[in-house]
Design a protein around this ligand. Structure first.
Ligand SMILES: Cc1ncc(COP(=O)(O)O)c(C=O)c1O
Length: 468
């Protein structure tokens, strides 16, 4: 398998002083506040009309969000003029880097020709042909986001199987519609019985009957999955589908154990359950044909978004001829005013044709290897409790000396203070990361060795400060 991965080193970590971590947290918070006064001023204005000062709750941050003014290549600038190397990359979307000339030119060419018709264009046909080639699934449809892609994929699966229940991995995020906003974010002590995780709403406003139809499972445990399926069948509610990522990307980065994905395919086939591989975060980020290609998967449906649009809102669903027949014959209404929007399709085509080519993934892998090796060296040098893990353009530094293999180990081994400290060190030294979360990094094709070395240098400074 073509990936770069590391696991916790054998070196025994030395414990860190909590008082020292808190002292550094105070210092770094104060420093970031001083550097981002322009964001503070804009926040005061924004909150008068834009709820919480942001367009999406995942963009919030205490005491104020960092407002961005522009991006170019591997860099973004905030409204105070601070320049950062971007590792946030729009929640893992901008693997092409910002304002890539190939994509910018394609969008500029499309703009004067009209940007929305509610009718298909040739670029949309070309993109479907290319996705078919890359992912090995013959039929495609478009959406405007990952949320819409996973929502429609589940509806297609329900129509095809004529069943209602949905399986997902506990703790995993697949977008913000009711079918999947289930059993996410619970504390370790609320997890309960691993064989029988409860279906709980993620936030208010999600109806209980909808929540109850979605059943959470532990990742990396095919036997537990099969036992749960058998119980559901016995209860008269056989699942329509299993929606999951092949590599979990919203709990740091969790790799599948060897043989696990093969077992998942076997079991889902055995029980007539459609397998939806959610590639919103892995899709065009980790290989030309995503995790599907990397691991040689045979999903029934694949969902894409994020990197597909080259920075414009996009999404897609790929499926087998047999499954997508429920869309073709009109029994499922897979619809949307902006689906296959000409501007998005022009950007997606330019990106697939001229940016996200096979060589690019070699470049990303080399960079990721360099970054992971750099972080691992520092871990060993300073005896840090943690490890770096990644796959091609994606990775994360996990502050845990225990390997994270599922939501349970993820929750049991979180060090919120260290995560926050690492984020502040990065932001204060020109490394842009996703706010307030133990989020993975995303590299872009525009990142260089020097950019990666800068990330490592900042990490080293933090390690040194923690130990001094
Ligand atoms: C795996 C996965 N699926 C679906 C989504 C939803 O995508 P969007 O935010 O475009 O609706 C996300 C968003 O982060 C995601 O990580």
């Amino acid at each position: 398998m073509d990936s770069a991965a590391r696991h916790p080193s054998a070196t025994k970590p030395r414990p860190l002083e909590r008082d020292r971590i808190r002292e550094l947290l105070r210092r770094e918070e104060e420093r970031l506040n001083q550097r981002t006064i322009g964001s503070k001023v804009l926040f005061e204005r924004a909150r008068q009309s834009l709820t919480g000062g942001v367009g999406s709750s995942y963009q919030s941050r205490e005491p104020w969000p960092i407002y961005v003014s522009r991006g170019d290549g591997a860099y973004v600038w905030d409204v105070d003029g601070n320049r950062y190397i971007d590792y946030h990359n729009g929640f893992g979307s901008m693997v092409q880097g910002h304002a890539h000339p190939v994509i910018s030119e394609a969008v500029a060419r499309r703009l004067p020709l009209g940007t929305h018709f509610g009718a298909a264009t040739e670029d949309g046909v070309w993109v479907a042909e290319e996705l078919k080639r890359r992912f090995g699934l013959p039929q495609w449809r478009y959406t405007n986001s990952g949320t819409e892609a996973t929502m429609d994929a589940i509806r297609i699966a329900r129509a095809f199987t004529r069943r209602d229940a949905v399986l997902k991995m506990v703790g995993s995020f697949h977008g913000h519609h009711d079918y999947v906003m289930v059993s996410i974010g619970m504390g370790y002590n609320q997890l309960g019985d691993r064989e029988n995780y409860a279906s709980t709403p993620y936030g208010a406003g999600i109806p209980k009957p909808s929540v109850d139809m979605t059943v959470p499972l532990p990742f990396n445990d095919a036997d537990a999955m099969e036992r749960r399926i058998e119980r559901l069948v016995a209860e008269g509610r056989p699942p329509a589908c299993l929606i999951m990522e092949a590599v979990l990307m919203n709990l740091g980065v969790i790799l599948p154990k060897p043989g696990y994905l093969e077992r998942v395919r076997e079991i889902t086939r055995k029980y007539g359950i459609l397998w939806i591989v959610d590639e919103v975060k892995t899709g065009l980020q980790v290989a030309t044909g995503g995790a599907t290609e990397l691991y040689g998967l045979e999903p029934d449906l694949v969902t894409l978004a994020k990197a597909l649009g080259g920075g414009l809102p996009s999404g897609a669903i790929g499926g087998t001829d047999e499954v997508m027949e429920v869309v073709r014959n009109g029994s499922v209404f897979q619809v949307g005013t902006y689906n296959g929007n000409p501007l998005v399709m022009a950007a997606a085509r330019a990106s697939l044709e001229g940016v996200l080519t096979p060589e690019v993934y070699l470049h990303l892998r080399k960079l990721n290897d360099r970054l992971i090796a750099g972080l691992e060296n520092i871990t060993a040098e300073f005896g840090l409790p943690g490890y770096a893990v990644g796959i091609n353009s994606k990775g994360v530094y996990t502050f845990s000396s225990v390997e994270i293999v599922d939501y349970e180990t993820f929750k049991a081994n979180q060090d919120a203070e260290l995560n926050q400290l690492a984020w502040l060190y990065n932001m204060n030294r020109g490394i842009f990361m996703t706010p307030g979360r133990e989020e993975e990094w995303t590299l872009s094709v525009r990142h260089t060795d020097a950019d990666v070395d800068q990330y490592v240098a900042v990490f080293r400074e933090m390690a040194r400060d923690l130990k001094s």
